[in-house]
Design a protein around this ligand. Structure first.
Ligand code: KO2
Ligand code: CA
Length: 248
């Protein structure tokens, strides 16, 4: 165990260059185990995953692709950039990198502008019902650099109608829909319309348009059938993958 707050320290101070599981220690002394990506863009990315704007943590890193996982780094780490991996459910840790269907990172240090982590960002942009109107009150969209995939392949994971109202090459936060429900993250895309429930994840739990077709973390991803990739339905691969969020 190293005395490190994040994976970048594990790499820079302790010379660790292998992807894998490491123990980190928060400012208040909480020790937790997480996955470090030591290779993407120079390495030192700490896996957090997220349940947006609270300090509750849950799960274990080994089960991060088959159950909810969130560690104290979510609020403890002061980060500059984010990386995101979409990994098929139940993939063992040592295969995450190769099994991923999409990987990308930001490189403009955008988290400096939003308090250094998602805990802070979602306090400025609460993921709640009725905080504003679609597009005009959305949170930031940040350009991404793809590590696996590109703008075209991003279109293929979301439904064809979704591709008609968003643009690939971004990660977006607190996207609002026509009915004023809020989603947390649009992974790989920037909304250009108000049907964000089909390509943005997480949310406040009240989606007035059409129960039960809009519920869960992947709110309206099965609008035109489960995994059909027709209309607003995402691909089956996407539906059956976990979204892993990293800080650096
Ligand atoms: C549809 O047919 C429909 O879906 C719309 C949703 C998509 O999120 O807002 C409207 O409900 C619309 O009235 C209609 O039901 O349109 C591109 C058209 C899809 O599923
Ligand atoms: Ca809609």
């Amino acid at each position: 165990q190293f005395n490190a707050r994040n994976c970048k320290e594990v790499k820079d101070k302790y010379g660790q260059t292998e992807n894998g599981l490491y123990y980190l220690t928060t400012a208040t002394g909480v020790v937790y185990q997480t996955f470090c990506d030591m290779t993407t863009a120079g390495g030192g990315w700490t896996l957090e995953v997220g349940n947006w704007a609270n300090r509750k943590t849950f799960g274990t890193v080994e089960a991060a692709t088959d159950d909810d996982f969130k560690n104290p780094g979510y609020y403890d780490i002061e980060a500059e950039d984010m990386s995101v991996w979409h990994v098929p459910n139940n993939t063992p840790v040592n295969h995450w990198n190769l099994a991923a269907i999409m990987r990308y990172h930001t490189d403009r240090h955008f988290l400096h502008l939003y308090g250094g982590n998602l805990y802070q960002l979602f306090h400025s942009y609460p993921v709640e019902y009725n905080v504003g109107a679609h597009l005009s009150d959305n949170g930031p969209s940040i350009p991404i650099v793809y590590d696996l995939g590109d703008k075209e392949s991003t279109k293929n994971v979301y439904g064809p109608y979704s591709g008609g109202e968003n643009e690939g090459g971004f990660i977006s936060f607190r996207a609002i829909n026509h009915e004023r429900a809020a989603t947390a993250i649009c992974s790989g895309v920037k909304p250009k319309g108000g049907n964000v429930e089909h390509y943005c994840i997480g949310g406040c739990g009240f989606f007035p348009e059409a129960n039960p077709l809009q519920c869960g973390d992947f709110t309206g991803f099965a609008w035109n059938g489960y995994g059909t990739h027709v209309g607003f339905s995402a691909s089956k691969q996407m539906l059956e993958s976990a979204v892993l969020l990293f800080y650096c």
